[in-house]
Ligand binder design. Structure first.
Ligand SMILES: NC(=O)c1ccc[n+]([C@@H]2O[C@H](COP(=O)([O-])OP(=O)(O)OC[C@H]3O[C@@H](n4cnc5c(N)ncnc54)[C@H](O)[C@@H]3O)[C@@H](O)[C@H]2O)c1
Length: 270
């Protein structure tokens, strides 16, 4: 018996990285999983991996930063699986070309990051919640970030999107608690995904060295793996978290526990 037998799950940006790990984890637990992604090859490959698992998969090629893409994903899910029980609002972008201050950041880049990282949360919730209400409840979980809690130079749009994600999560939890819809978020630290590797590559860094160096910012002395975020997402989506809503869980190897004056806890771990 899987934890998510008879449950339908949508994972936005579900092909690779944290979304890919979560898609497979839900399918391992019997879920019917829609992988929504712009990457056709990777999306099809992730769904193909579900063939040997208890759950089943559907790939929908769609852009989460558009209303049409979000609506199409929900419609295809309802047609294939009959409803939506769990929405993992995971998709996010942080293009290397966006690392600059607000004066220099092109307005189009701001709009794109906000559309994909934040507006998609609103759109997917808007289209999924009517189906959750019909089913008597549901769970919505966001991939927010430690960057929604604290900040760094050169990331104005990404920071705003992650702060907005957390704020929207809290707000939605109030509007839909009476419908038995729980709304939550995870705040990952640095996780070894294509996004992080691409950022290292764009900065001209050796990926292995960069991951080691990012790891030193985390008291546990390493970066996280996508599966370690997926574990927490599955817990939040399950009935074991039945009294949790309107809250985020930080999964960052201790990074947010550390003050700037704390020195290099983890820094000596190689
Ligand atoms: N990796 C980290 O260190 C980290 C840390 C904190 C928060 N996060 C957040 O976690 C989420 C996942 O991050 P990741 O590192 O796994 O990212 P990733 O770039 O490795 O994977 C993202 C997936 O989303 C897809 N995607 C990109 N744009 C899309 C769009 N417009 N529509 C549909 N799909 C799209 C990509 O093809 C890919 O499959 C993001 O919201 C990110 O901001 C990541």
């Amino acid at each position: 018996m899987g934890q998510f037998d008879n449950k339908t799950v949508i994972v936005t940006g579900g092909a690779l990285g944290i979304g890919g790990a979560a898609s497979l984890a839900f399918a391992r637990e019997g879920g019917s999983v829609t992988v929504m992604d712009v990457n056709t090859l990777a999306g099809a490959a992730t769904v193909a991996k579900m063939a040997g698992l208890p759950g089943r998969g559907l790939f929908v090629e769609a852009d989460a930063g558009t209303s049409e893409g979000c609506r199409k994903t929900v419609d295809a899910t309802v047609e294939a699986f009959g409803g939506v029980d769990i929405l993992f609002n995971n998709v996010g972008i942080q293009p290397a070309a966006s690392y600059m201050n607000a004066v220099d950041l092109p307005e189009e880049m701001w709009d794109r990051i906000i559309d994909v990282n934040l507006k998609s949360r609103f759109l997917m919730a808007k289209y999924c919640i009517p189906h959750m209400r019909r089913a008597g409840g549901g769970v919505i979980i966001s991939s927010a970030s430690v960057q929604g809690l604290q900040s760094m130079p050169g990331v104005s749009a990404y920071a705003a999107s992650k702060g907005g994600d957390l704020s929207l999560m809290r707000q939605l939890s109030l509007d839909f608690a009476a419908d038995n819809i729980r709304v939550l978020a995870v705040n990952p630290g640095t996780i070894e995904t294509p996004m992080v590797k691409a950022a290292a590559e764009a900065a001209g860094e050796d990926i292995g060295q960069a991951l080691k160096s990012y790891g030193k910012d985390h008291p546990l002395g390493r970066v996280g793996q996508p599966e370690e975020i997926a574990e927490v997402v599955l817990f939040l989506a399950s009935d074991r978290a039945s009294f949790m809503t309107g809250e985020s869980v930080t999964v960052d190897g201790g990074m947010m526990a550390k003050g700037a004056w704390a020195g290099g806890a983890g820094a000596d771990i190689d």
